[in-house]
Design a protein. Structure first.
Length: 290
C-alpha cells in the first residue's frame, strides 16, 4: 500500500525541527528511523501532510556517561545500543532488550527515541526503560523538561511528548555496584514484537538481601506496568529461588490484559510470571539465559 502524499522537510538542528513543528502543528510528524511511522502511513493509520526528518540533525546519536547517568541520544539505533560496551557493562538488561527487537534491518534503522515516542504496547524498550527508571528529555521553544518513565507512557501509542516538542535524549541512572538488570521476552513468532516481557533492576547487599527492586512488565496493558506486588515481595528478602518464584507469581496482579488471536488473557497472565522469574534470576546471576 502507498501512503497519502506528503511533503518532506529535512531539519538540520533541533531548533529548526521545533520551529517546523510549531509552524505546521498537527499537520506535521517527526521522522526518525521510519520503521513505525512509515508502515502506519502505508496503512493510512497516519496521514501527516509533512514529515520533518531528524536524520541530519547532529548531536542526537550515541551513548555516553554524563554524571550519574548513561545518556542515549534519541536517534541512536537499536544496533548501536545492543553493541555498546558501556551499555553491556552498566545496563546489560537494556543491551539484551535492544538485541531482541525485530530483525537486523529493523535494529539498524529503528531508533530508541522513535520506539519510546511511538509507545507501541508491544515494544521492548519502554518496558526495560521503565524498569531502569529512565527519564526522557523533551525540548521545545520554551526550553527543556525531563519526564520520568513512570509519567511518560500515558496510553496506547500516547506519551507525555507535546506536539511542539522533540525528544532529544534518554537518561538512565547508572546502577550502583551490586545492582543487576535483565530483560526477558516471549516474542510473537512472526513479528518479534512482545507477547509478554519483563524488565528488572535489582539492588542487593553483599549478603544477598534485596534492598530494592523495579520490575516492569509488557504485553498486559496499554503501556509498561510496574509489577508492584512482585517488587514488594522481593524487598528486604534474601533472594533464594523460592522467594523469587513466589514473588514472580504475583507479576500479573492488578492487570487486565486483552485476549489476542495468538494469546488469551489467561495465558498472558500466567506466562508473564515465568518471564518475570527468568528476568529476576538473570539480573542476580542465577541464570545465564532468560
Ligand atoms: C518488521 C518490524 C518488526 C519490529 N519488531 C519490533 C520488536 O520486536 N520490538 C520493538 O520494540 N519494536 C519493533 N519494531 C519497531 C521498531 O523498533 C521501530 O524502529 C520503532 O518502534 C520506531 O522507531 P523509528 O526510529 O523507526 O521511529 P519512526 O517510525 O520514525 O517514528 C515513530 C514515531 O515516533 C515519533 N518520533 C520519532 N523520533 C522522535 C523524537 N526524537 N522526538 C519526538 N517524536 C519522535 C515520530 O513522529 C512517530 O510518531 C518493529 C518494526 C518493524 C517494521
Amino acid at each position: 500500500m502507498l501512503p497519502a502524499s506528503f511533503g518532506y522537510i529535512a531539519a538540520h538542528s533541533v531548533d529548526e525541527a521545533i520551529e517546523l513543528l510549531s509552524k505546521h502543528g498537527e499537520d506535521a510528524k517527526l521522522l526518525a528511523g521510519g520503521h513505525s511511522l512509515i508502515p502506519a502511513m502505508k496503512l493510512r493509520l497516519a496521514s501527516p501532510r509533512y514529515l520533518i526528518d531528524l536524520g541530519s540533525v547532529p548531536g542526537l546519536r550515541g551513548v555516553r556517561v554524563d554524571g550519574d547517568s548513561v545518556v542515549i541520544g534519541a536517534l541512536t539505533v537499536h544496533t548501536d545500543v545492543a553493541a555498546s560496551d558501556l551499555v553491556h557493562k552498566q545496563l546489560p538488561g537494556l543491551a539484551e532488550a535492544a538485541s531482541l527487537i525485530g530483525d537486523v534491518q529493523v535494529r539498524n534503522r529503528g531508533t530508541v527515541g522513535g520506539s519510546v515516542a511511538h509507545a507501541d504496547p508491544a515494544a521492548d524498550l519502554p518496558v526495560i526503560l521503565t524498569a531502569l527508571n529512565a527519564s526522557f528529555v523533551l525540548q521545545s521553544s520554551s526550553g527543556k523538561r525531563t519526564i520520568p518513565a513512570d509519567n511518560f507512557f500515558l496510553d496506547f501509542y500516547t506519551t507525555a511528548i507535546a506536539g511542539n516538542e522533540v525528544l532529544t535524549e534518554i537518561r538512565v541512572p547508572l546502577p550502583p555496584s551490586g545492582a543487576g538488570t535483565a530483560y526477558a521476552k516471549l516474542p510473537h513468532p512472526a513479528s518479534g514484537y512482545v507477547v509478554v516481557s519483563a524488565g528488572v533492576l535489582i539492588h542487593r547487599q553483599p549478603s544477598g538481601q534485596c534492598t530494592s527492586a523495579r520490575i516492569a512488565i509488557g504485553g498486559l496493558g496499554s503501556n509498561p506496568i510496574r509489577a508492584t506486588a512482585t517488587e514488594a515481595a522481593l524487598q528486604g528478602q534474601l533472594l533464594t529461588a523460592d522467594v523469587i518464584a513466589r514473588a514472580a507469581a504475583k507479576a500479573a496482579e492488578g492487570t487486565d490484559p486483552d485476549d489476542d488471536p495468538y494469546a488469551s488473557a489467561d495465558y498472558k497472565r500466567h506466562v508473564v510470571t515465568v518471564y518475570a522469574r527468568r528476568a529476576i534470576e538473570k539480573a542476580i546471576g542465577m541464570r545465564r539465559e532468560a
